[in-house]
Design a protein around this ligand. Structure first.
Ligand code: ZN
Length: 405
């Protein structure tokens, strides 16, 4: 009796602690991207063990990753003040959130104004069915509107299983008003094909990557948790400096940031998968993990026409199971070896120093363009680029780093 009651109380206590932890985590997503290895975090999340270096609590994992290298010669993260005179303005002030949404929608549709290519002969003559090649930014409903037909007719004619999944480059038969007689393609609107040339070369399958030591003289800047209101500023700095980077994006955010993502792709940046909503995947079942990854890859593909070939697990938390599911979905795990701890907002100087001092041949440098206020990251970026270039490093995307290794 007594024992049973005590156990019950203990369980109730644990449940309560768990709930508090969950709330604390949810809040921490707003101001501190929790991506970083759990070491420097005072984060009360119950799931993350305080052990250094190993983000995965799963007892089955032999030795998770060399990921979060404890090389950072920095003061412990939670006390960001010492180095910073007082650069941190009152938090809400600099948040550029409101500026972002406006320009979002237009550039993906590069040729919406082109006269509808529907081959309309003289006038009352029936329009015949014709072929159309799916372009970046296309959706079935947009195509249906453009050619004055319906999604249902296109779906039926092409035997499409999932109307939400069409690929750039996919050939569609567009129903005409009369017959299905083959007609020459309409004056194909020039397709801004995904440019695999730049940062987008494919990464071959293989073990997880935290650094590519063979990539002499090269390092990769990576940004997690976007796209967000800070992404544009980061992309603008990269563009001004002529540098390509890799962005590990959150699927649920991609869903409303497709246009922005397409611009990033066009600028030569590589886009990777960072899960749908940033859970610790080692705590989820196989089906949930698969869904987190697959839905995100689908959203990325819809936005930029390319399925991502690299994946970064939130918090760096991975094990063989998570790696295996990523591999089945065509992605290779990419962790990091230099953690700027930028999410803890230690000051732009500290972020820049950490990145520049700790970089080595083939380093993968972790930063964040989303998940909270990232103004310090924005402010540090120019110095990081200068510092790394002064050390003789060329800044490349993760695919380029792997190819050089
Ligand atoms: Zn993250």
């Amino acid at each position: 009796m007594q024992v049973g009651r005590t156990t019950g109380l203990a369980i109730a206590g644990l449940v309560t602690i768990g709930a508090i932890g969950a709330v604390a985590w949810a809040r921490s997503r707003d101001d501190a991207a929790p991506d970083t290895d759990p070491t420097p975090t005072p984060d009360p999340r119950p799931s993350l063990p305080p052990t250094s270096g190993s983000p995965s609590p799963s007892p089955t994992v032999p030795a998770p990753t060399p990921a979060p290298e404890p090389t950072v010669p920095m003061p412990p993260a939670p006390v960001p003040t010492p180095t910073v005179p007082a650069p941190e303005p009152p938090t809400p002030a600099p948040a550029p959130e409101p500026t972002a949404p406006a320009p979002a929608a237009e550039p993906t549709t590069p040729a919406p104004t082109t006269p509808a290519p529907a081959p309309t002969p003289p006038s009352p003559a029936p329009v015949e069915a014709f072929d159309y090649t799916v372009r970046a930014g296309d959706t079935l409903s947009a195509i249906a509107r453009r050619f004055d037909t319906t999604v249902a007719r296109i779906v039926e004619l092409n035997d499409i299983a999932d109307p939400n999944r069409i690929r750039v480059g996919q050939q569609l038969r567009i129903p005409g008003s009369a017959t299905d007689v083959p007609t020459p393609n309409p004056p194909a609107p020039t397709i801004p094909a995904p440019n695999p040339s730049t940062g987008q070369s494919r990464v071959p399958a293989g073990p997880a990557i935290s650094r590519v030591p063979g990539a002499a003289g090269k390092v990769a800047l990576t940004f997690d948790d976007g796209p967000s209101a800070y992404t544009d500023a980061i992309v603008a700095t990269l563009e001004r400096r002529g540098v390509d980077a890799t962005f590990y994006v959150i699927g649920s955010q991609v869903a409303r940031e497709g246009a922005r993502l397409a611009r990033m792709r066009d600028a030569g940046h590589a886009i990777g998968n960072h899960s749908w909503d940033h859970p610790q995947l080692t705590n989820l079942g196989d089906a949930q993990v698969r869904r987190q990854l697959d839905d995100t890859s689908g959203a990325i593909e819809r936005a930029i026409g390319i399925r991502p070939d690299t994946f970064r697990p939130p918090y760096g938390a991975r094990n063989d199971r998570v790696d295996g599911i990523a591999r089945e979905l065509g992605m290779r795990d990419v962790i990091w070896d230099v953690d700027t701890v930028d999410w803890s907002r230690p000051g732009a100087d500290a972020i820049a120093n950490t990145a520049v001092r700790n970089a080595r041949d083939g380093s993968v440098i972790l930063m964040h363009d989303g998940g909270g206020n990232r103004q310090q990251t924005v402010d540090a970026l120019d110095r990081i680029i200068t510092g790394l270039q002064d050390r003789g490093f060329e800044l490349v995307t993760v695919p380029q780093l792997v190819a050089a290794g």
